[in-house]
Design a protein around this ligand. Sequence first.
Ligand code: ZN
Length: 230
Amino acid sequence: MNRDKVLVVFSGGQDSTTCLYWAKRHFKEVWALTFIYGQKHVAEVACAERIALQAGVHWDKMDISFVGSLARNSLTDTTMKMDEMQPAAGGPPNTFVPGRNLFFISIAAVYARERSISHLVTGVSETDYSGYPDCRDAFIKSLNVSLNLSMDEQFVLHTPLMWLDKCETWALADQLGVFDLVRRETMTCYNAIQGDGCGHCPSCKLRREGMERYLKEKAEGKEFKDLIYG
Ligand code: ZN
């Protein structure tokens, strides 16, 4: 396995784009893999390709649309109204796609192994995780062990955003010199509007509140710790 190479699970959103540039600082050769999982908005894929090409990394896409059809969720089902907040009854909102990160990261690991890549990066975060169980650190650590056992390899799953909130994720993008790129070029919005997005979907709300807090704290002179190497 080559320690100079890394594969980023890449959606073209704020988090994975920040991770892509984080990976460029830590590894010589960066690969980005974008999944088509049945999401309503395939514009995300074109957005991911554009960002990856601009970043000068190897880019590839893979169609695993079956993932979105295994279980009903509002990111792949056009007839379903999207939950705008956590359900009062508990459990994750209907934007949760069961198995998504399990499939993404497992497939990415097999793809990486074929290219002698042992390092993988995913932009999941436990801090602002919207109630998605597959964004939690325990899941990632457990999957890392399972992937190693399943293929007798020594994969290393990196999660640079795991303990950062959205404000700190913006701070990291700024430290990487890509704050404006992330703000303008990425697509995080559940309604597929690039940049600042629709403004009212849960993803836009989280992103905007984080950015506003970051810009306010920066204007007040707050020093953020080194989030790239720290
Ligand atoms: Zn939105």
